[in-house]
Design a protein around this ligand. Sequence first.
Ligand SMILES: [Mn+2]
Length: 192
Amino acid sequence: MKIDYYLAKRHYNNGIYCGDTGMVKEFDDKVFAAVIDALGHGKNAHELAEICTNFLAENYRQKLIEMMEKLHQYIRGSRGVVASLCLVDMKKSTFSHVSVGDTTVRKLNNDRSRGYSMPGIIGYQMRSLQEKTMKLDDSDIIILHTDGIPSHFNQRAEGILQGDARAIACNIIAQFSKKHDDALCIILRCMK
Ligand SMILES: [Mn+2]
């Protein structure tokens, strides 16, 4: 399968700083995707989010659990972040993720396929981690998002799943993001 993806975000108050960050990287028939929400707002949250993205840009080919544990050590003593680290294997048609704290991972076209997030704060307190894997179909649409979008937003809202990954991500940010928080989502749209 192939993946059409897009990352959309909106800064709190449309300011220059954003504590939500994310990335998508393709390598070896795989797609790595991550969403990160640094606790708090403003410059300090923004800088910590940048530190995390730089770390992931260097380490995204590693195993998800290892990567999460290393990130935890790397930012130990900071204000902390919550995050989902995800990997699509396009050859095997699988989606795996490791999530800590309040971020959401789910299939938009299937209510029962929700990801699981461990309680905790990366950089502060984290329990032993679990990696969850789901099988993907050619028509699946996966969303990863921060708590700047409510986890139960109405995925049946008219037209919300129409168009490519970019249209879907931008629509969701426009319609559902909370006014008083940063918001970020990544859409991974599976295709034949
Ligand atoms: Mn947030």
